[in-house]
Design a protein around this ligand. Sequence first.
Ligand code: MN
Length: 233
Amino acid sequence: MTFAIASWPQPAVPIHGSADTFPVRHIYCVGRNYAEHAKEMGGDASKEPPFFFTKAADAILPVVPPAVGRMKYPQATADLHHEIELVVAIGRAGASLDAARALDYVYGYATGLDMTRRDLQNAMREKKRPWDLGKSFAQAAPIAPIHRAADVGHLARGAIRLAVNGTLRQQGDLADMIWDVPHTLAFLSKYYELLPGDLVFTGTPAGVAAVVPGDRLEGSIAGLSPLAVEIAA
Ligand code: MN
């Protein structure tokens, strides 16, 4: 059997210390998972269950240090924002997970950016429409190589930072997450069976702001490969 139109490459993320890559199936994202970011977005999320949105798998932009990724400034926005996030890579299938066992399903972790067309997201939010236009678009998910949990353990604390043109814009600690990784996966897996190849972006600390062509973003999470991206015109 052949495809009726030309097929395309399987989206995949390099794995640190391996020649293998991690094929991407679904991309899930958590909204407002750090209290200070929830406040800057106009709410107090500290007592609410986590909520989720998705990006298309082909929105990933893999970047292997020391290379600097090139993200083309997307169409239809004048307010492209950075959100530095810990990304969880899922290695086993499971639904309705217990938080106490959820980390058994984690393959590894990576530094990622949930790039956001904020003007479109806000317009959709005001009209109670889906966020897709603001969140899922070409190159909306730059990501550094995945580090296997077998190598680095499970990340519950550690600095998460983003600098733009050398100036620190976002700074937090993974321990500041409102819902930690096990509880995030427990909630998410009530709605979807998590499958090998899924990625979960776990939310961003405060300090999100706009970038413009020519800006260089440098993100880091303690213990993981850093992520550098330049915005191209
Ligand atoms: Mn985000």
